[in-house]
Design a protein around this ligand. Sequence first.
Ligand code: ATP
Length: 206
Amino acid sequence: MTYVVGLTGGIGSGKSTVADLFAELGVPIIDADIVARQVVEKGSPLLAKIVEHFGSQVLLANFELNRTALRQIVFDDPKQKAWLEALLHPAIREEMIRQLDSVQQPYALWVVPLLIENGLIDFCDRVVVVDVESHIQLERASQRDHNCKQVIRNIIASQVSRQTRLEYADDVIDNNFPLEEGFTLLKQRVQQLHQCYLQLALQGEY
Ligand code: ATP
């Protein structure tokens, strides 16, 4: 199995921005959000199970999953939410591990927003946290999602605290600086960590 670097951070902290920089260096990226979509793609056995359970109201005209409809159904119904999570979570975890297993390069970057919350730390050889101050996180996430700040505050409250996340970090990427000023610095930090992870992986330090 390849050396696994878990990358995490709160909503809007800059995980995708940082992952793109690792990808530019040729690092394979396994992204939990992408895998969560792959396991229920059109024609998949899991999507068939969801349709069997909730009916065709959760399908779009093109037979893809209607995420908005599904979200609405489970939003107010903890029992249905639990049913869905019991179906999806093991499948997502299994698929992520399968993808990590098939990596041929020295290390892979595993991007998981809820790495700590979902108890996935033990699958990582190293943990890197993208860190921003809470007010910056709130500003960036609400701007990106065109969401009111209270919605973002609620999501932040549902995730582990910044402090707790930092306690799990082997490495921290400071993403407080606006990209206009801080992009070069961010890129340099990624390059530095890339060299470090290559060395750790090649030394077999896991
Ligand atoms: P999520 O977990 O919510 O998917 P994320 O952690 O992947 O978010 P990004 O999508 O990378 O975060 O960044 C959130 C928003 O902030 C994006 O609009 C991104 O362009 C912007 N952003 C990221 N880093 C910076 C930065 N250093 N300066 C300014 N804007 C930034």
